[in-house]
Write a protein that binds this ligand. Sequence first.
Ligand code: NAD
Length: 265
Amino acid sequence: MEGKRGVIMGVTNESSIGWGIAKELKNHGAEIAFTFPNDAIKKRIDALSDSIQSDTIVAPCDVSKDGAIASTFQEIGAQWGTFDFVLHSIAFSDKNQLTGGYINTTRDNFLNTMLVSCFSFTEICREASKYMKNGGAILTLSYVGANRVIPHYNVMGVAKSALEASVRYLAADLGPSNIRVNAISAGAIRTAASSGIGDFHYIMNWNKNNSPLRRNVEQKEIGKSGLYMLSDLSSAVTGEVHYVDCGYNVVGMKAVDAPDIDVPR
Ligand code: NAD
């Protein structure tokens, strides 16, 4: 990644998946700009950014606000001219609706979840690609709840499904500009976002008991796959969803229940 620059959107703290990917990119020589959605998070991003590099861009971007994405990339483009990669590690839904049945999703939360967790990726690809004059790679984060019913994942699963479909359409749109578009479908790890999902502890235990590797994925492992996807190591890979989940995606064997929690079904 020596000589490469890119934008990372969606770091909250040291547990964030985006932070795991940022550290791997940085260790391999990349220069990184971070974005933050509000002032409460800005301080933390400043401190995290300072811990791995000095004098870099930290720019505001609440992706739910009209025009915010375009102006963030204008600001970064004005300073850098061009850049080579973007990570979209952003999702949001009302946590009161990430428990119980999908059927109770409200119109407002459906629309906001789709806006922040899915449409923002399309808008980011459009605005960022204007500054990716030498080609490059754009990556988002998905979860197996896009393809299967995972208890409580609900509207977020619907949004991830649309996000994965967006990856394929965007890869087709941006391929002629030599910009690759991919997703990592990550196994469950404990972060600020995942702590809002009902019975998350149970889901992690179930994954651990049932995935072929019999464990959960670690932040560093998603970081290493992020490095692969955002670097020339994956130069012919685009429009793909790359699973980094200890094989949970292939589970077809006898299920072992997580013993310590009763999940309401
Ligand atoms: P996280 O809370 O660290 O990251 C989520 C980020 O989304 C935060 O930085 C938050 O500020 C940002 N965000 C929310 N609303 C925003 C808005 N309006 N504008 C800009 N940013 C906004 O949690 P994470 O688990 O690292 O999540 C990162 C991505 O990984 C998400 O897409 C998540 O769905 C996905 N993912 C997480 C897991 C897991 O188990 N943690 C598994 C698979 C996929």
